[in-house]
Design a protein around this ligand. Structure first.
Ligand SMILES: [Zn+2]
Ligand SMILES: [Zn+2]
Length: 302
């Protein structure tokens, strides 16, 4: 269970992996958006401006905002042509070098995502539901480490913020992907999209390289509010114990209809049978009384 972060050394750091600034179409400057996240209890931020020609293919330089208590990861949102429906791709690349070359004239989604991964980035298929990406589209991004399974600004824009349906189908096809929740903050007054969803990354150090390594290793979970303190699988793999901040529902979600669920008041610890999951993968969702969720990464039992 190498992708379970809870028993690994270090501590959890809270961060948002998908953010825009005035270097593309965000309302706040890099300094302003970083200050806002910092004031609101975040440990790190990735400013990921739109990597488009009309913005000058920005890799926003946020290195000057790093110190002992807060850090940044460089990145961008890539927009090569094109989905099956003709829309430009939205591919999140967290951990790019400042000199990542602009998109080439013949570069498509699979090509630029592979180049981003090779350059060191954690690559995610961004908000697939928001713009009707298909399974064929998703399958083509073989360089992806993960899928954005919740995107706050998409959730507010068209109620298509979730990406779990596509992620679950890709997992069922054997892809070993992780799952990230993000704000995709543009920080505009008319759509307050900051501080809605984040990742909690377990790392020994608060620096970009350590955080990036933890992201690639799946050493994190995602949240809109609840905190997951532990997920422990019994030695015989027949059950899983979940410890969390108080929630009303805990769910195990495996392949197809293979699920288990527990409901109650202020649950902070519970065990669920894994009999239906067998030697396959599953993930854990917890839901608090206001409907806020936290999600584990997929866990493989083999
Ligand atoms: Zn996007
Ligand atoms: Zn975005």
């Amino acid at each position: 269970m190498q992708n379970l972060p809870f028993r690994q050394p270090g501590r959890f750091y809270r961060g948002n992996l998908h953010t825009h600034s005035t270097d593309s179409d965000g309302a706040l400057s890099p300094a302003e958006v970083i200050s806002a996240y910092r004031r609101n209890g975040y440990d790190f931020l990735a400013v990921t401006d739109h990597f488009r020609e009309r913005f000058g293919f920005p890799i926003t330089d946020t290195r000057e905002f790093r110190d002992d208590e807060f850090t940044t990861i460089l990145g961008a949102e890539l927009h090569p042509p094109a989905l099956e429906n003709g829309e430009d791709w939205h591919i999140l690349a967290v951990g790019l070098p400042l000199d990542f070359p602009p998109q080439g004239p013949d570069e498509d989604g699979p090509a630029i995502s592979a180049r981003a991964r090779k350059a060191g980035a954690y690559v995610a298929i961004a908000h697939p539901h928001w713009y009707s990406a298909t399974m064929n589209d998703a399958r083509s991004i073989s360089a992806a480490h993960g899928v954005e399974i919740f995107n706050q600004t998409c959730h507010m824009a068209n109620d298509r913020g979730y990406g779990w349906y596509m992620a679950d189908l890709l997992l069922s096809e054997g892809r070993r992907l992780t799952a990230i929740a993000t704000d995709d903050a543009h920080s505009k007054d008319e759509r307050p999209d900051m501080f809605g969803a984040w990742v909690m990354v377990k790392s020994e150090k608060l620096d970009p390289d350590s955080l990036l390594a933890a992201l690639k290793a799946g050493s994190f979970y995602s949240s809109q509010g609840p905190m997951i303190h532990d997920i422990a699988i019994s030695d015989d793999r027949s059950s899983v114990t979940v410890e969390t901040s108080p929630v009303v529902s805990v769910q195990v979600c495996g392949r197809a209809q293979r699920t288990r669920d527990v409901h109650g008041r202020a649950i902070t610890s519970c065990s669920l049978d894994l009999d239906r999951v067998q030697n396959d993968h599953f993930r854990v969702t917890v839901i608090d009384e206001s409907g806020k969720r936290a999600w584990s990464n997929p866990i493989w039992l083999d």
